[in-house]
Design a protein around this ligand. Structure first.
Ligand code: MN
Length: 232
């Protein structure tokens, strides 16, 4: 067997409610503009022809309860509260009606964003990577297994910074359902256990600064909470 030249960071693990073993993260897919009011606040209409995606590296994963550094290269660091779908079975070119078989569970997650860089690169028609795909940009709470959660729809999704509610919507406001997203993504990727899908954020995104405490919650799931630390 070939020996590795050096050690690389271990696969991040996300705790699972009621399990001693944790969920290993393989890939992170993120959906853009999946709530109409958020698309509008960003100056766009929702594209109802198809969802679109970007990705984050697994180094973006950070546990709820962490203090995350205010990242370099930005002066407009934003929160986005999202439902995260954890994939637990292979899915490739599956239909919407089969997509639920691939779901392991759900979690609260934050798609932390260097908004100034995202917008600057978008304007230049360049990739968003510097704005979205960076270390500690995907805080995530414990996963609840799908069988213990029930149907996605009426649950409230909300986020506060300190005492102030900034985002407040329902999962039924999503333009593309979880099943539609899995079916669509599976036309392009072999989804495998360990994949995560961040399903997009409601309206109300905004900046945070060092010292802010973020609390994001979806009814029935463990909240995701981070404190913004000093700038790096
Ligand atoms: Mn997002």
């Amino acid at each position: 067997m070939t020996k590795a030249l050096f050690e690389v960071p271990a696969t991040p693990l996300v705790p699972v409610r009621g399990e001693t073993a944790a969920f290993p993260v393989h890939r992170i897919f993120c959906v853009g503009r999946n709530y109409a009011e958020h698309a509008a606040e960003m100056g766009f209409e929702v594209d109802r022809e198809a969802p679109f995606y970007f990705t984050k590296p697994v180094s973006a994963i950070v546990a709820t309860g962490s203090t995350i550094a205010y990242p370099p290269g930005t002066s407009n660091f934003h929160y986005e509260m999202e439902l995260v779908v954890a994939i637990g079975a292979p899915a490739f070119k599956v239909g919407v009606d089969e997509a639920a078989n691939a779901v392991f569970g759900y979690a609260c997650g934050l798609d932390m964003t260097r908004r100034d860089l995202q917008i600057a690169y978008r304007v230049k028609q360049r990739p968003w990577s510097l704005g979205k795909a960076f270390e500690q940009s995907a805080p995530i709470a414990e996963i609840t297994k799908a069988a213990d959660y029930g149907a996605i729809g009426p649950q409230r999704i909300h986020l506060s910074v300190g005492d102030e509610v900034r985002q407040d919507a329902h999962l039924s406001d999503m333009v593309w359902s979880v099943a539609e997203l899995i079916s669509h993504l599976s036309q392009f990727y072999h989804l495998v256990p360990g994949d995560l899908i961040f399903t997009g954020t409601p309206a109300g995104v905004g900046p945070v600064v060092s010292g802010d405490a973020i609390h994001g919650e979806i009814e029935g799931l463990q909240p995701v909470e981070v404190v913004i630390g000093d700038a790096e």
